[in-house]
Design a protein around this ligand. Structure first.
Ligand code: GCV
Length: 833
């Protein structure tokens, strides 16, 4: 790998992450030697557009990895070749070939055999798209240095629906997108240059994703304007060579709000006709249009309830217009009232989806899929499986997973979600006392449904590495791989991804896999444990810590923490009754306090802080300890990553180092905010003496201030002691001083400051008259105030201090950012608290 890194440097090629896992990096000569017998020709059995793409990809991959340019041929072989084509074409040309059974839909088969007397490698599938997937699998094998000569590999996707959703707005912004502007839209139109869209489709196809809905589910009415449909057609054209079908999200009120009708009642014939006419227009422009996603009666979106109609009425009216063209309606089960009365202990948002959809089971047309978020709340760091998966045996269902890390660190934190998705997919809902795990339900197997599958909310942006964090791309890769084969282990997936993305060096693969596999639980440990959700600011950014925001509002993400107890009682016996939505087997587990697993305890039960878990520890001590352990884990990620210096290219090494370093600082912000909050509310001290006790910490407000003034941070837990300092001197810097009193030696210094997105303050740190560090607060965190979203840590190593030395922080405000900071920690080198 070192050689490869040098190679990239020598050719001046920066590793931007744009090629993601499709880098096709040159193999070392010894490894390349294993492929010397590869045929020199690739022969396509037909010249369709997708087979053309597949053949070009084969040439590109082989050229990249082996440095050889395959000869391109179409038609019948005249020499040994890598043959690509559908089964039908293969039968015509090689009737004697014994073709494997079971090649349907998007399945493919990699094999070797005689074609017209020549020994060939054969990549075939029932459809062109299957062949394309086979080509990607073949190239992946070479990249991972596996054998490609004695192949007999049949691969079938677990489910027919494997879609990406993008929440892009037509103005170019992305709802819950963390990697720049939309690749699809800008200024109310599709982008003139759709190169990134084609590249994205290539990435999707390489992991078997076959559809993509491109606009926000909070849909803009203009998406179906007559002059917008041709623009959608351009996007569909960019997708088509990669076998990705275009979908869009639509607003159900459109017939009224933009269609000239006085109603959008789905049972009004004028409304049905309106949709019919509209989608006829769409299919004229985009014959392979895939379908629509619907968000209705949810978070302020209008829906059928306005007319006393059901989601089935609404879904079916559109489904019938799409049906003749093979289109699908994805109707989202994310339907709930966000004005719930929080004072009523029986109210429970978690019950909403089942309450609305279960009574409609069997009433949806067969080209409707109910798109269900994995848990009953909203993409939290841990939730139980949505009971709705078990409540729709006569309806098609799909699972909605979130690749964009809305509640899991927004790609500023590394959080590999495949282990969580695996737990959800493997969960056995025991419907009617029989084994019914989620992966078989959404595959359509358990209830013999014709359609079903996986929908991933991705939200890639124009940033070169698509998601804004190189390591986060493992989530997109993992989503595709799981949708194809949910039985793959998280380790197998991450090892594959790492090898393709960073190369074959075992040190690299082991180290990155270790970090990735530990990252979800680490994130959970410092954000919200025991089933408390991600304790973030749910009223704004969904990013930093703000536990209080869960409570006392209509959004229903309550944790019901008071001075003595915490958690929601969702039991049938005494609580909201949510547990009753599960089958009796699951109910028996979750209804009982003793049987509920610790990691979901507070999702299902309201217990005293002193309640002892299965682990033997109390709830409160578990909260304290986990937040320390989680934050410590992120510190290890940094040191583990550092061992890869020289093993991965410098560009990505530095990018990831900066990201993990920031994460380990923000994990401390999380740790302290959540622990301080529970400490204050419960009044129970940490048995290990850490919470509220930071021996190396000097609060900014306690320093000698010149120009800086103390500032109460909101919410208070976003700053140590609830306070920070801000520089309110216009066009001047401010100073905070501290006289060091510890023993002479080498020290590390951490400065906890706030990096808002409405200014670029400068900070300088001096020991005596000597500047030891300076930096700009120039990142784009989601905050315009000092709080838990903007809190950031600067780590300064190796500062020589003697008793009496004066440490000086000088802050230079800019625009609306008043060079705020929270505290300084000074500790002997390598003894980070
Ligand atoms: C697109 C959450 C997000 C919203 C999102 C919604 C949904 O509430 O915060 O941004 O809206 O889910 O999935 O519809």
């Amino acid at each position: 790998m070192l050689a490869c890194a040098l190679c990239a440097a020598a050719t001046g090629q920066a590793e931007t992450g744009q090629d993601a896992w499709l880098r096709y990096a040159r193999l070392q000569p010894a490894a390349a030697e294993r492929y010397r017998a590869l045929p020199a020709t690739t022969l396509s059995l037909s010249n369709t557009i997708i087979l053309g793409t597949a053949q070009a990809e084969l040439v590109r991959g082989v050229k990249g990895m082996l440095g050889k340019t395959l000869r391109i041929a179409v038609g019948a072989p005249t020499e040994s070749a890598i043959v690509i084509g559908t089964v039908r074409q293969l039968r015509n040309i090689a009737p004697a070939l014994n073709i494997v059974e079971g090649l349907h839909g998007d399945a493919f088969w990699l094999t070797a055999g005689e074609v017209r007397g020549f020994h060939c490698i054969i990549i075939t599938g029932a459809t062109d798209r299957g062949v394309l997937y086979g080509v990607f699998a073949f190239l992946s094998r070479i990249a991972r240095q596996e054998n490609v000569f004695r192949l007999n590999e049949l691969q079938k996707p677990s489910a027919s629906i494997r879609w990406a959703n993008q929440w892009a707005n037509l103005d170019g912004t992305i709802e819950r997108g963390y990697a720049g502007r939309s690749i699809f839209f800008e200024n109310g139109n599709a982008r003139p240059d759709l190169t990134r869209v084609s590249e994205y489709a290539r990435l999707l196809a390489s992991v078997g994703i076959n559809g993509c809905s491109v606009n926000n589910v909070n849909a803009d009415p203009h998406i179906l304007d007559p002059d917008f449909i041709p623009q959608l057609a351009r996007i569909a054209e960019a997708f088509r060579p990669w076998g990705v079908q275009l979908g869009i999200a639509v607003d159900l009120s459109l017939p009224k709000t933009g269609g000239g009708l006085d109603t959008f009642d789905p049972l009004d014939i004028r409304v049905a006709n309106w949709w019919q006419k509209k989608f006829d227009e769409v299919y004229r422009a985009i014959p392979n249009f895939g379908g629509v996603v619907v968000k209705a009666d949810s978070e302020g979106r209008l829906g059928p309830s306005l007319y006393g109609r059901t989601p089935a009425d609404a879904a079916n009216v559109i489904a019938r217009t799409l049906k003749p063209h093979g289109g699908i309606v994805f109707y989202r089960a994310f339907v709930y009232n966000h004005h719930l009365d929080w004072t009523n202990l029986k109210n429970d948002r978690a019950k909403a989806a089942y309450d609305v959809f279960h009574p409609l089971d069997g009433k949806f047309d067969d080209n409707v899929i109910i798109q269900i978020k994995y848990g009953p709340i909203d993409f939290q760091v841990r939730e139980p499986v949505s009971p709705l998966f078990g409540g729709l045996p006569h309806t098609n269902t799909g699972i909605e997973l979130q690749i964009t890390q809305e509640y899991t660190g927004q790609q500023r934190h590394t959080c590999f979600l495949v282990p969580m998705w695996k737990e959800i997919l493997d969960f056995d809902l025991r419907v009617n006392g029989r084994s019914t795990d989620v992966k078989r339900i959404v595959a359509g197997e358990s209830f013999h449904r014709p359609l079903g599958g996986y929908i991933g909310v991705v939200n890639v942006g124009l940033d070169q590495n698509w998601l804004g964090n190189h390591l986060a791309m493992a989530n997109l890769y993992g989503f595709g791989r799981l949708a194809w084969n949910p039985s793959l282990t998280a380790k197998a997936i991450v090892d594959e991804w790492t090898t393709l993305t960073f190369g074959n060096d075992p040190v690299v693969v082991q180290t990155i896999s270790r970090i990735q596999l530990a990252s979800w639980k680490a994130y959970e440990s410092y954000t919200g444990v025991l089933g408390l959700h991600t304790l973030t600011n749910i009223l704004g950014s969904h990013y930093g810590p703000a536990p209080e925001s869960q409570e006392h509002n209509g959004w229903g993400q309550w944790i019901r923490a008071d001075a003595h107890e915490v958690g929601i009682d969702r039991t049938v016996a005494t609580g909201t009754g949510f547990v009753g939505q599960y089958s009796s087997d699951v109910r028996n587990t979750c209804e009982s306090l003793a049987n509920t697993p610790d990691d979901l305890l507070l999702f299902f039960h309201h217990v005293p802080y002193t309640y002892k878990l299965h682990s033997g520890k109390t709830v409160i001590q578990t909260i304290y300890d986990s937040h320390y352990a989680g934050a410590d884990k992120t510190k290890q990620f940094v040191s583990q990553w550092k061992t890869l210096n020289g093993h991965v290219d410098d560009d990505r090494f530095q990018d990831v180092l900066a990201q993990l370093t920031y994460q380990s600082g923000h994990a401390i912000v999380w740790r302290d905010a959540i622990n301080d909050w529970f400490h204050k509310i419960s009044g129970i001290t940490d048995a290990n003496g850490r919470v509220g006790n930071h021996p190396h910490r000097i609060e900014a407000e306690s320093m000698e201030l010149q120009g800086y003034i103390p500032f109460d941070v909101t919410p208070w837990e976003g700053a140590s002691g609830g306070r920070a300092v801000v520089c309110v001197q216009i066009s001047q810097s401010c100073i905070a001083k501290y006289r060091f009193a510890g023993p002479k030696g080498w020290y590390d210094i951490d400065v906890e400051y706030f990096d808002q997105n409405n200014g670029v303050s400068k900070y300088q740190v001096f020991s005596g008259n000597q500047m030891v560090d300076e930096w700009l607060a120039d990142s784009s965190l989601p905050a315009t105030e000092p709080n838990g979203d903007s809190a950031t840590r600067r780590h300064i190593t190796g500062v020589a201090l003697r008793p009496g030395d004066v440490l000086r922080i000088e802050g230079f405000p800019d625009a609306a950012e008043a060079a705020p900071f929270d505290y300084v920690e000074i500790y002997p080198e390598r003894a980070r608290p």
